[in-house]
Design a protein around this ligand. Sequence first.
Ligand code: TXA
Ligand code: MG
Length: 349
Amino acid sequence: MKTIISKIEKKQLNNDVIEKAGKILRSGGLVAFPTETVYGLGADALNEKAAQKIYAAKGRPSDNPLIIHITNMEALKQIVSDIPEAAYIVAEKYWPGPLTMIFHKSSIVPYGTTGGLDTVAVRMPSHEIACAVIDAGGGYVAAPSANTSGRPSPTRAEHVEEDLSGRIDMIVDGGPVEIGVESTILDVSVTPPMILRPGAVTREMLCELLGDVEVDATLFEEDSKKAPKAPGMKYRHYAPKAKLCVVEGAVDMVVKEINRISAEKMQKGIRVGIIGTEETVGQYTHGNVKCIGTRQDEATVANRLYAVLREFDGENVDYILSESFSGCGIGNAVMNRLLKASGHYMIHV
Ligand code: TXA
Ligand code: MG
């Protein structure tokens, strides 16, 4: 299959491109498009056969459910069986935006979209191109991140092309995304609501609205006996080809330890990549050093995270050492992804 790649400006929605994307979606095809978090791989969520194509294109395990993307609250009412009060409160403040909520599904949602579950994940993105594509595609678009299963999520159209060219009908190229890590997932089908995946809408922000919000205990623990509540979180994910090690501690100690380990590895002929920050990159003495952003604003780190991991893939690095981040605000999402990408391989200094 030849993948059509069409560039489009956010401020100047090119109707031909949106119309074409909509037509492909409505006839059961696959279209990748930008959202404010990461690029999504869209299919008609109410057409089981179309949703199944997503699993084949990504090499995604069939028990890993998809998020349905909508653009208005009327659409939500069609695909869920009830909307808890907490969901209205959160939607009022954070939809459209980088937040997904889990509801009990209605009968029109096929099990092929929910991985056999009676619940359904729903997101209302704010990105203009995403919204135009969803509306043109019929209003209910299932879209996981548009990467090959297991690889870092795509934050630019080029990343989608790298993974899925020839396997999907179309890529709508709307340039780099703004946030860079996937949406927060909040399960509102349980009381109190529970965060199943951290993202740009943080626990602090949700607690302020709802009071009590739990966090899935498996998110930051390696040897938890429990399975994660979001099926996708159990898979090795976001992972670069090289082994990744996260070094945690006071920043100057972290830099020292990374310098020590990288010198040792390089002596053995191992090619080392280092994930540093604006504050530290000048202090590294060995290896292929990349600046991921500034510690002063961890949103910059979230924004570059997946691109940096993909760059290392392209540069044949064997071993990556990364600094660790605060774990507060969006730093929480960054640490969750880094730990997953490293298989929880973390050194404390
Ligand atoms: O930012 C995002 O959410 C992006 C963009 C494209 O919208 N999408 C995304 O989708 O990250 P995906 O498929 O890569 O991740 C969806 C996650 C998976 O971990 C999946 O297991 C979980 O959501 N999920 C989906 N439906 C669920 C459900 N009913 N219950 C629990 N977890 C669910
Ligand atoms: Mg994904």
